[in-house]
Ligand binder design. Structure first.
Ligand code: NAP
Length: 253
C-alpha cells in the first residue's frame, strides 16, 4: 500500500480500457474503488477482480451526463464504500467526423459525456473532499486537445477539460484538493480499435502507422495511463495541481 490513509476512489468509464486499468491500479494502491460505467453488469467483472485480489470495490451503473444518476451514484459510493476523495473523470466517447459532416447530435453527445460528465461528477464529489480537507481530481484529456482532423467535437471537449481542471485547481486548492489532467497519446483500447475500423484499416496496420510517429516507438497501454493517474492521486502529489501531463511517448504539447 502506497497510501497512508485509506481512501475511496470513484473512476468513471471503468468497465474497460483505461478506466479499468486505473481502477485496478488505485485498488492496488490501497484504495476502495467505485467502478462506474453506463452498465453496472459491464463494470462488475472489474469490481469482482479487485475484490478477488483482496481489495474493496463496488460496481455502479450510471450515465455521467445524467445529473440525477450521478447524484444517486455518489450517494451509493458514500453509503457502501465511504466518501469518495479521489475522482477520475475517464468516461468518454468518440463521434468523429469532418466539420461539414458533423451532426449536432455528434457534437452534443461528446460534450455531454466529457464536459457535462466531468462537471457533474466533480461537483457531486467535491463536497466530500472539502469535508475531509483532502481530494484528488484527475480528468482524462487527450493529445487531440492540440487539434486533430475529424475530431472538432472531441478536441474541443478535451481542451475544455484542461481549462476546467485549471479552474478547479484554483478554486479547490485551499481545501487540500488538487485537480490535474492526463492527456494520453495513442493508447491501445477498444476506442482506438474502433477508430481503425471506422477508417477501414486493420488495427495492426493502423498501429504501425501511428507507432512510426511515436518517439518511444511503441503504442501506449492502459497501464501507462494508470501509472500516471496513480501518481497524481497519491498522498505525495499534493503540490502538483492544475497541470496537464501528456503521456504520449514523446513531447506533444
Ligand atoms: P473505451 O475503451 O471506449 O472506454 C470508455 C468507457 O467509458 C466505456 O466503458 C464506456 O461504456 C464508458 N462510457 C461512455 N459513455 C459513458 C457515460 N455517459 N457514462 C459512463 N460511462 C460511459 O475508452 P478508452 O480508450 O479507455 O478511453 C478512456 C478515456 O481516455 C476517455 O476519456 C478517452 O477520451 C481518453 N483517451 C483515450 C485515448 C486512447 O488512445 N485510447 C487517448 C486519449 C484520451 P460503454 O462500453 O457502455 O460505451
Amino acid at each position: 500500500m502506497s497510501n497512508q490513509t485509506p481512501r475511496t476512489a470513484l473512476v468513471t468509464g471503468a468497465a474497460r480500457g483505461i478506466g479499468a486499468a486505473v481502477a485496478r491500479r488505485l485498488a492496488a494502491d490501497g484504495m476502495a474503488v467505485a467502478v462506474l460505467d453506463l452498465d453496472e453488469a459491464a463494470a462488475k467483472p472489474v469490481a469482482d477482480e479487485i475484490v478477488a485480489a483482496g481489495g474493496r470495490a463496488l460496481a455502479i451503473g450510471a450515465d455521467v451526463a445524467d445529473e440525477a444518476a450521478v447524484t444517486a451514484a455518489v450517494d451509493r459510493v458514500v453509503a457502501e464504500l465511504g466518501a469518495p476523495t479521489v475522482l477520475v473523470n475517464n468516461a468518454g466517447i468518440l463521434r468523429d467526423n469532418l466539420l461539414f459532416k458533423m451532426t449536432v447530435d455528434d457534437w452534443d453527445a461528446v460534450m455531454g459525456v466529457h464536459l457535462r460528465g466531468a462537471f457533474l461528477c466533480s461537483r457531486a464529489v467535491q463536497r466530500h473532499m472539502i469535508e475531509q480537507g483532502w481530494g484528488r481530481i484527475v480528468s482524462l484529456s487527450s493529445t487531440s486537445a492540440l487539434g486533430n482532423r475529424g475530431q472538432a467535437n472531441y478536441a474541443a471537449a478535451k481542451a475544455g477539460l484542461q481549462g476546467f481542471t485549471k479552474t478547479l485547481a484554483l478554486e479547490l486548492g485551499k481545501f487540500g484538493v488538487t485537480a490535474n489532467a492526463v492527456a494520453p497519446g495513442f493508447i491501445e483500447t477498444d476506442m482506438t480499435a474502433a477508430t481503425a475500423e471506422r477508417m477501414g484499416v486493420s488495427f495492426e496496420d493502423f498501429k504501425k502507422v501511428v507507432i512510426a510517429q511515436i518517439p518511444v516507438a511503441r503504442a501506449g497501454t492502459p497501464d501507462d495511463i494508470a501509472h500516471t493517474v496513480s501518481f497524481l492521486a497519491s498522498e505525495g502529489a499534493g503540490f502538483v495541481s492544475g497541470q496537464v501531463v501528456y503521456v504520449a511517448g514523446g513531447p506533444r504539447d
